[in-house]
Design a binder for this molecule. Sequence first.
Ligand SMILES: [Zn+2]
Length: 474
Amino acid sequence: MNYRRLFSSIAMLLCLSLSIMAKAPKYVFYFIGDGMGLNQVVATQYYLRSCQGELGITPLGFAQFPYTGIATSYSGSSDVTDSAAGGTALATGHKTYNGAIGVDVDGRAVTSIAELAHRSGAKVGIATSVTINHATPASFYAHQPSRNDYYEIGTQLAASGFEFFAGGDFAEKVNSSDPSAPHLYNITREAGYAIARGYDEYEALSADADKVLLIQKADMVEEALPYAIDAREGDLTLTQVTTAAIAHLYDKRHKEGFFLMVEGGKIDYACHANDAATALREVVDFDRAIGVAYDFYLQHPKETLIIITADHETGGMTLGNGSYALNFKALQSQQVSQPGFSRIVNRMRHESRDAVTWEQMKEALKANFGFWDTIPLSERDEQALRSEYERSFQGDRNVKMAESLYYRDEPIAALAVRILNRIAMVSWPVGSHTAAYVPIFAVGNGAEHFCGQMDNTDIPKRIAEVAGYGAIDN
Ligand SMILES: [Zn+2]
């Protein structure tokens, strides 16, 4: 008798019967880092280590999940996807044309995994750090030919019946093509949602509010949540959003459990602007939010599945500049995002009635980028900043703003960021998306199905199968 063979057949039988008996995960977390390619993840790990003055990486929490894979992200109309087609692929398992939300290449509405989960009885939450009707979250509840139909997408949020939504705010709360149409807040309230402005208001909501929309407090500078690097005490954070979502969706008596999608939406914004320090702090912040889900997993290990991925890479972020070295520690000196510094410069303009001196500008650059202090500047860089200052403050009144996809910034803010990135040895070939592989990390019940190479459309199909939501339509 070959004992080894006997044992291995017994082990195989055991495995097989265990997997047949294995129950589907009851709680599914789907985290999408918008624009978070492989390099955004590993760059953050180099950055964290370099802050300790050492070579190598300090692993992020989610990067230590036991199962990893890579996915292609091309869309139905281009090898380089936008966030609408990328979101639709991750939500519905269908390739579509760039710009489309929840419809296929022929414009036919396709079911999302969130809708499938809801139909099968699970509670559903959709959360983001950008606007709640932006492309990625919209792909999970809306069906529109164009991502720019913000108002219509907002009305579909209200009609979804999903139990929880969170984000900065709605983009386009009033219908620009029909001013008499109701405000999106009213439509949302009428559909039975309690709207909480800020985490305090959310906590004060009565326990019987069965559907919730959590947004940030009024009078914010933009409709998205602030960048992590710019966040102030009292600002709504992605971590709070995730905590609130779990508190609202979790009910141990509800046997169908919940499905929660959380988007780290501003990694992409920062990469469009080629602002590495801001992007890496967004990834750290995203990891913190995932940590909340991981703690939940530790309490419900057999019933929970967590998947982390991205819709595409942004910026073609390159770790190195030809000199066989990195100097990511330099990024630690940056205290605000590019638009954050732009606002500081703008305030200086107003306060001095456009009479900002070079000395004042130097002080601001020193305080926010560490220039001349922790970051020595070459004569050439100093000269470049000085020339930009002269153009912006002593030249003609029509300053040409630095444009990236989501922001129009003061040119000196963009130049300071560019110089710091060069000093840190981060290179950015483009200010747009790329077709690079995106990573997948998974932990929990069913996580082993997310190993190896796959297409982005495989991810929701596998989640649907593993979680027992039923097959995604074709
Ligand atoms: Zn983008």
